[in-house]
Design a protein around this ligand. Structure first.
Ligand SMILES: [Ca+2]
Ligand SMILES: [Ca+2]
Length: 117
């Protein structure tokens, strides 16, 4: 990356990488006319539900772990916010690791949601 000092107002652009439901640092990519620029932003608004609360009932418990297993088994399709809520370790995808981490969290093991074990 380099900075030419050249500035142009762009109106025809696309952005990607922004997830309003995810707090913390996010990298947004803006694409226009074949040029891309990335910005790092920090989202501080708290989402409506806590990470791991996949069924959005305000509690993080074994029902959430069960629901995430249902997502994994494709019995149920997670909504956009549920994709984030169910991603207990915050690595961007819903896997059995999220179920395991959530179960450990529920069992009051020394784990932190949003951090990969
Ligand atoms: Ca719940
Ligand atoms: Ca995950």
């Amino acid at each position: 990356m380099f900075d030419t000092g050249y500035t142009e107002q762009i109106t025809n652009y696309m952005t990607s990488g922004y997830n309003a439901l995810k707090t913390g640092k996010q990298t947004i990519t803006v694409t226009s006319d074949g040029y891309t620029a990335t910005f790092e932003v920090t989202v501080i608004n708290q989402p409506a539900f806590a990470l791991g609360d996949a069924d959005r009932n305000g509690k993080t418990d074994v029902k959430d772990a069960t629901l995430i297993q249902r997502f994994l088994a494709e019995y149920e399709e997670p909504g956009d916010d549920q994709r984030w809520l169910a991603d207990a370790d915050g690595d961007g995808s819903i896997t059995i690791d999220d179920v395991t981490l959530l179960q450990m969290y529920i069992a009051e093991c020394d784990v932190t949601l949003g951090v990969q074990a």
